[in-house]
Structures are given as structure tokens and as C-alpha cells.
Design a protein. Structure first.
Length: 434
């Protein structure tokens, strides 16, 4: 059983959906080394945080040889790019779709279809991806119910759940009310719950809003329901289906992103340049993602991706368009020994997981990969040093060539220079901390 989420905001999120931080890569056992050096067995993390349990020391097949690795159009890779877990497992995607188990490995367990939610169906023993949005069903992402229904928390089996009440039906609130009874405020429960109305008092006195894309600014003492999800507005709280967010705080409307932070607001993602996008007389600086006048130094001053750094100013990407999302110098938890320069990249046209790994708009010699350990459909990535064998990396400082990202493959024909602790983790991202 996972511990309670450290991001619990109970006004809107079903308690059954609030899952804690699972081990890196979900429930996958520790993995075999996957660098070009051909390590033969699973290795513990040098920081003592390696995977534990009965499978922790089992050596596994790191994947097919590079020439045989499944390509993006393989039947083993049949899920959308925004799935919470990759689907290169025998038989295709085993989670996230209607009737399948919820995908693990995310801060909030996820389903990949917009009209499904991760919750426990009546009589079921475990959470799964079940329909959402209809009367009696869990609310979909962004507090959404179908046909003017209201999203109201109820206490069932000792826990709070956010379920939909059909338009015209009674709202399960301490004060009797009817869903949609105020025509000017759809999805309201009488005089509360819709945009501009007071927050409703829900289960255990928690203050909630019942209309789509609304939230209660103070779930404990109430207030007025405010809008969320649009440009410059607060992120909406996560439902459990796929959305544009980072998995910790919330989701935004299509085309926007919810950055991590205590006061996150929905923002437009920056777009890095390409040579084709720059006007005559300018060229694309691939490290900063900006069009710059011809004639400047090329490459620009500073350290390349994958080289050591003490702070952002050391890296060529220090003034990058996406520095707020991908800090130029990464030193997370001291595991990126000597620091490591990264730059921002647009999501590759074919998604992140093509073979070979895509350069996208990264500088030559880099590949574009997801940034966060628990990704939730981000439409950007980080450029890291490309490699084909360990010798391409800063081996003496604890880096190796990582070409396998999940338990039992596949192994890609190229990879990126990763900290050595990633050998015991299956996280499909640049960052493999726990």
C-alpha cells in the first residue's frame, strides 16, 4: 500500500486517487546495468537508495540488441505519448486504459484516456481505470462531469471521493440542494459550487467547488469558487486521467502547462527555435533556443550539455527559453557529480521513445528526453549528452551510458550520459532520484 500523497488537496481529489511516491519506475524490480560496458547484473545505488525486495538482486535481460530494439511503430509501443507509463512490455500497454489497472509510477495514479479515472468500482478489490463523468461515476480531470453534472465529494467506505451527481439530482451535501438548480450558474449545487458562488461544504466540512475548471481557494474555511486551468490562472487539481501537468499540483487546459511549485499557474510553454524558424540574417542557438544574429560565436561561450558546472552561468544554455523548466546546471541531491549542463527541447515530433532516441531541436551531440521522474504528459524535455558506450561519458565522475529505461527493455541504439545511480532504477526520464 502506498503512503498518502504529500500533495493532498482534499477539496476535489478522490482519496482513492491520492497515491504516494512509488519506488522509481513504479513496481519494477532493480534492473541490470544497461551501459555500453555490458554490466551483467543489477547494481545497488551508490547512495544506498537502491531497490529492495525479493527481486532486487535478480539479473535481468537489459533488452534486445540495438538492431532489434522495438521501434515507435512496434505493436509493443501502442500507447499515446502522454501515458503515465511507457508501454514497451510484453503484449503491449497493460495499464491506463478502460478496464485496465491504473498506471503506477506517477505521484497520482493515472489513466491515459480522457473519460476514465483511476478509482475503485463498486464491489472491486482494487483501483482500476473506470468510466468517469457520468452520474455516480468519479469526476474526470479538472473537476469535470458530463451534461451539466456536479462534482461533489462523498464519504464512502471511510474515505472521501469526488463523484458526479447528474443535473437535476440531489447534491450529497449537508445542506439539501439540487445540481444545476441555478440556470445562471451551471453545475452549481443550489447557491454554491459554481464560478463566483460560495464554496460548498462537502464531506467532513471540506469546502469544494462543483463546476468544471473551478476550485475553492481555501478548502478549510471556504470562500468563493474561482476559475482554474486557463493562461495565468491557478492549475486545476488533478483528476486521474491524462492531462497537461507534471503530476504533482494540477492540470491546465490544452496547450498549457502546470509547472511545479506551491503557487503554480498555467503557462504557455516556450518553443525552442530551429534553423528553419529563424529569419534571414539570424541563426538558431540550439543551446538557448533563441534566434540570434549571424556572426556571433558558434558554439556560444560556456559548457556543452553533459559537461560539468557549478551553476547555471557555466552552461551554454544559461539564458535558454526554457530555463524555468529545465535549469541549465543540474546537481540534484548531489547525485550529478560535478554538475551537469542541460538545455531545453521541444517534444520530438514522434514522441520521446523512438529508436534511436531523438535529437529534436537539441544541439548536435545531445538527445531530448523527459525531465521528470514521474512524468505526466509534458510537452517538452531536456537535452542531455548523447552516448553509445560508457567511454562517451564522464566515467571517472560516476556517469555511464544509459540506453535502457524500463524493466526488460528495450535497449536503444543510443542513450544519454546518466549518473551511475540510475543503474538501479527504471524511471523513464532524465532524473532518477527517489
Amino acid at each position: 500500500m502506498r503512503p498518502p500523497s504529500r500533495f493532498t488537496r482534499p477539496s476535489l481529489i478522490p482519496a482513492a486517487i491520492l497515491l504516494g511516491l512509488a519506488g522509481c519506475g513504479g513496481t519494477s524490480p532493480a534492473r541490470a546495468g544497461d551501459g555500453g560496458g555490458g554490466r551483467g547484473g543489477a547494481e545497488a545505488s551508490p547512495d544506498g537508495g537502491g531497490d529492495t525486495g525479493p527481486d532486487a538482486t535478480i539479473a535481468v535481460d537489459a533488452g534486445a540488441p540495438p538492431g532489434d530494439a522495438p521501434l515507435a511503430d512496434s505493436p509493443l509501443a501502442d500507447a499515446p505519448a502522454t501515458d503515465a507509463e511507457p508501454c514497451w512490455v510484453p503484449g503491449g500497454c497493460q495499464c491506463g486504459r478502460l478496464g485496465q489497472p491504473c498506471c503506477s509510477g506517477a505521484i497520482i495514479a493515472a489513466c491515459s484516456q480522457p473519460t476514465t479515472a483511476c478509482a475503485k468500482a463498486p464491489g472491486a478489490l482494487a483501483d482500476a481505470c473506470i468510466p468517469c463523468g457520468g452520474p455516480g461515476e468519479p469526476c474526470c480531470a479538472r473537476n469535470t462531469c458530463g451534461n451539466g453534472g456536479c462534482c461533489v465529494t462523498e464519504r464512502r467506505d471511510g474515505s472521501e471521493y469526488a463523484f458526479c451527481t447528474g443535473a437535476g439530482a440531489a447534491c450529497p451535501l449537508p445542506t439539501p440542494a439540487t445540481c444545476g438548480s441555478t440556470p445562471a450558474a451551471p453545475a452549481s449545487c443550489g447557491a454554491c459550487g459554481s464560478l463566483g458562488q460560495p464554496c460548498c461544504t462537502g464531506a467532513r466540512g471540506i469546502q469544494v467547488c462543483t463546476a468544471p475548471s473551478t476550485y475553492c481557494p481555501d478548502p478549510l474555511s471556504g470562500g468563493t469558487c474561482a476559475a482554474c486551468g486557463a493562461q495565468g490562472q491557478p492549475c486545476c487539481l488533478h483528476g486521474s486521467s491524462a492531462g497537461t501537468g507534471n503530476g504533482s499540483l494540477g492540470v491546465c487546459n490544452a496547450g498549457l502547462y502546470c509547472p511545479d511549485g506551491a503557487a503554480a499557474t498555467c503557462q504557455s510553454l516556450p518553443v525552442g527555435c530551429s534553423d528553419a524558424s529563424c529569419a534571414a540574417g539570424t541563426r538558431c542557438n540550439a543551446w538557448s533556443g533563441r534566434c540570434e544574429p549571424d556572426g556571433g560565436p558558434s558554439p556560444p561561450p560556456g559548457r556543452d550539455n553533459g559537461e560539468p558546472c557549478a551553476d547555471d552561468a557555466d552552461c551554454r544554455s544559461a539564458t535558454g527559453v526554457g530555463a524555468a523548466y529545465v535549469p541549465a546546471c543540474t546537481r540534484t541531491d548531489g547525485r550529478w557529480m560535478g554538475g551537469y549542463c542541460l538545455s531545453y527541447c521541444n517534444i520530438p515530433a514522434g514522441g520521446f521513445w523512438t529508436n534511436p532516441l531523438s535529437r529534436s531541436d537539441c544541439p548536435v551531440g545531445s538527445v531530448c528526453l523527459p525531465v521528470f521522474q514521474f512524468s505526466r504528459g509534458e510537452q517538452f524535455g531536456g537535452c542531455a549528452r548523447e552516448c553509445h558506450s560508457d567511454s562517451d561519458c564522464r566515467v571517472a565522475e560516476g556517469y555511464y551510458c544509459r540506453r535502457t529505461f524500463w524493466y526488460k527493455g528495450p535497449t536503444f541504439s543510443n542513450g544519454y550520459c546518466a549518473p551511475v545511480h540510475c543503474q538501479s532504477r527504471g524511471c523513464p526520464s532524465l532524473k532518477c532520484g527517489c
